[in-house]
Write a protein that binds this ligand. Structure first.
Ligand SMILES: [Zn+2]
Length: 433
């Protein structure tokens, strides 16, 4: 059973109907680690000494005090380029990673030996949560290099004792040949690349030569329909893995067999959910932006880092028995949230709407243009073969109006017409500004 995210549209007050408001409690151990880190960081010339100037860390004695500390933004990290985040002497740094610089100056994250080891420990824990053993053969398609993805998947596999197959992205022919010849049992990929490979396997009718049992899918937001297609076409059980370059990389959280959110390794990470507009912490269960504080990181510790990822804490214990707290699968990015005619629209709303309509695929693009003083919305959707385009456009248009509350032009296209990407796909294009 997969946990369905609750409906959007009530950002910030979803739980008003609930009588009790509860917030995940910072444990004493977490508090002690944070306090120790704050004392250390403000005691030497570094990024956080400047960032927290004017704040006496001795005044921080409760979770509430901590929640008053300023946020760290991606912009702060960019300004620290190249090595302004480094919090330990040069001789302790063993490598760097970098987030992509496609939207500006990249962010450089330095790692100590301990940071690399901690990351491997967390990643191994992710693989174990997916039931993987040292007998698995792990086909790794995320990119290697400055980006944290490929190398993180590799670290975890080696620590587990499994066989890492370090493919990196691209070259579908070679991917499929290696997957067959090496008898890969686990595929690590972004959701869009997993879909691309799944479609290719089905097109070439080579499913009987594929030995995959599990798919570990990177933290790209993806809908239920896409999940079902990948799982069905590859014949695998899928797991979501969470992470970001600024905080180790992928591997700080992982879904379990119960498929009801991702467990977060709260002995390494303190996670908060805030209202992205007001910056206030929200109650468990409410959707908001994930904010992360590292508890043990040495090379580049982060305090209250705003990830721009939207999710929520899932209250209560998981049926799998793990005591690690859970967040929902990533529901979108705060920057993906667009406002049209006074309505907030998230990609996951469109995912959910399409998943209810038979014949509509999981692939779409949503465009907003400004013409003659009006905002015009257009939704391109891939349709399954043997569907009536006109009839489907009408059905999807009605679904869109009912779910989102505004009208959109529906443009049906054939399966495979919209771009697939090896990295993360963009689905909402705001051409108004
Ligand atoms: Zn669980």
């Amino acid at each position: 059973m997969y946990y369905r995210p609750i409906a959007f549209g009530y950002m910030g007050n979803i739980n008003n109907r609930c009588e009790r408001k509860k917030k995940m409690k910072m444990t004493q151990t977490q508090f002690d680690l944070i306090k120790e880190q704050l004392i250390k960081l403000t005691g030497k010339d570094c990024f956080y000494k400047r960032k927290l100037e004017g704040i006496d860390v001795n005044d921080i004695n409760t979770q509430e005090d901590f929640e008053k500390l300023p946020f760290t933004w991606k912009g702060d990290l960019r300004e620290a380029y190249p090595l302004g985040l480094q919090a330990v002497p040069d001789e302790e740094i063993v490598r760097i990673h970098s987030s992509s610089g496609t939207t500006g100056t990249p962010v450089i994250i330095p790692y100590t030996k301990q940071d690399v080891e901690d990351w491997a420990i967390m990643f191994e824990r992710c693989y174990k949560m997916a039931g993987m053993t040292n007998m698995d053969r792990v086909h790794i398609t995320p990119g290697y290099g400055l980006w944290t993805a490929g190398i993180g998947f590799q670290l975890g596999a080696e620590r587990l004792g499994a066989m890492a197959i370090p493919m990196g992205p691209g070259n579908t022919d070679k991917q499929l040949k290696m997957m067959i010849d090496m008898k890969s049992t686990v595929l690590c990929a972004t959701s869009s690349y997993a879909l691309l490979l799944a479609e290719e396997i089905s097109k070439r009718d080579i499913g009987d030569q594929i030995h995959l049992k599990k798919g570990i899918i990177g933290s790209e937001r993806w809908g239920e329909k896409m999940r079902k297609r990948i799982a069905a076409e590859l014949g695998v059980k899928l797991y979501d893995i969470y992470g970001l370059t600024e905080v180790y990389g992928p591997g700080i959280g992982m879904s379990c067999d119960c498929e009801c959110g991702m467990h977060i390794w709260d002995d390494y990470i303190y996670l908060e959910i805030i209202d992205p507009k007001t910056g206030k912490n929200v109650s468990d269960g409410e959707i908001g932006e994930i904010v992360i504080t590292t508890l043990r990181k040495q090379g580049a510790p982060l305090i209250r880092y705003r990830t721009h990822d939207l999710s929520r804490i899932i209250p209560g214990d998981c049926a799998c028995g793990s005591k690690y707290p859970r967040i929902d699968t990533i529901l979108g990015r705060t920057d993906d949230m667009v406002k049209v005619k006074g309505v907030n629209i998230f990609p996951s709303q469109i995912d959910e709407m399409l998943s209810m309509i038979d014949g509509a695929s999981s692939e779409y693009q949503f465009m907003i243009d400004h013409m003659n003083g009006k905002d015009i919305c257009t939704l391109f959707v891939e349709l399954d073969v043997n569907t009536d385009k006109k009839e489907m456009a009408k059905k999807i248009g009605e679904g869109f109006k009912a779910k989102i509350g505004i009208l959109a032009n529906i443009m049906p296209v054939a399966i495979g017409e919209l771009p697939r990407s090896e990295k993360k796909s963009t689905r909402i294009f705001d051409n108004r500004y």
